[in-house]
Write a protein that binds this ligand. Sequence first.
Ligand SMILES: O=P(O)(O)O[C@@H]1C[C@H](O)[C@@H](CO)O1
Ligand SMILES: Nc1nc2[nH]cnc2c(=O)[nH]1
Length: 295
Amino acid sequence: MQNKDDFRYEDCEETARWLLDRVQSPPVIAIICGSGLGLLADTLTDIKTFDYVQIPHFPTSTVAGHSGQLVFGILQGKSCVVMKGRFHVYEGYPLWKVTLPIRVFKLLGVKVLMVTNAAGSLCETYSTGDLMIIRDHINMPGLAALNPLRGPNDERFGPRFPSLWDTYDKDLRSTALEIARRLGHTDLIHEGVYCMVGGPNFESVAEARFLQRLGADAVGMSTAPEAVVAKHCGMRVFGLSLITNRVAQAYEMVDSVDHTSVLEVGKQRSNVLQELVTELVKSINFKEEDKQELA
Ligand SMILES: O=P(O)(O)O[C@@H]1C[C@H](O)[C@@H](CO)O1
Ligand SMILES: Nc1nc2[nH]cnc2c(=O)[nH]1
């Protein structure tokens, strides 16, 4: 059963074809920039940029710090596509639309998805400005059937019942950890569990305590749906959270988080993030079958 609230494979194909007709080389790596992290796109060379509004079937960005551009280019000799701005459920988009770019990337030939986000820390040992490699996630809306895979399943993308136990690629995680240490960032790098909530409000103290007790180390308003769809369609996924604030878990704590301060931390830390992502891209070796598919 297909209705207007479901995604259509043919729409994704149309978008992919539109983009392929306009770029030099199809991307193998896709990078999604979180709030205030769009400067990552500046590391690319030979760039070709499209505003989201130009691209057929693409949603548009409505949040400050998400400029709404798709940038194609070369990073460390690899063809990449970077989303300067992502889509969130709280903007009013259905989850299939939030994740439409991932399915388009799959059709473009992308093998690896790197997702970044701004997140609040629920973990005692994390400080503002730290980075957390995502080991796993808790998809809060997904647990209550707000899942991007809800609705008819198109087997051309993936199976009806995908396993998510290994969503965040183990090799990419350990390589990223090694790189961070080599770059001298041992003190600010962590590996942990990201929890996605719907937003747009930040957490109440009781909610923060609840999420921390569930096993979450950081909380944000994105990423999990993108990772689910990427895993569903067979991509390797790497996730990185920039800790932009500590979430208050006691009524005596002052929590002054707002979107402006989130963006400010993003700006301050963009160089560390760029460095890490660039080195990680450099480290990726594509398998023979990937190369053949791209030839
Ligand atoms: O797109 P991300 O997940 O980085 O954005 C986070 C969550 C909210 O959209 C925003 C709050 O400041 O930052
Ligand atoms: N839900 C949520 N998202 C964030 N994004 C950046 N900081 C936060 C936070 O504290 N909570």
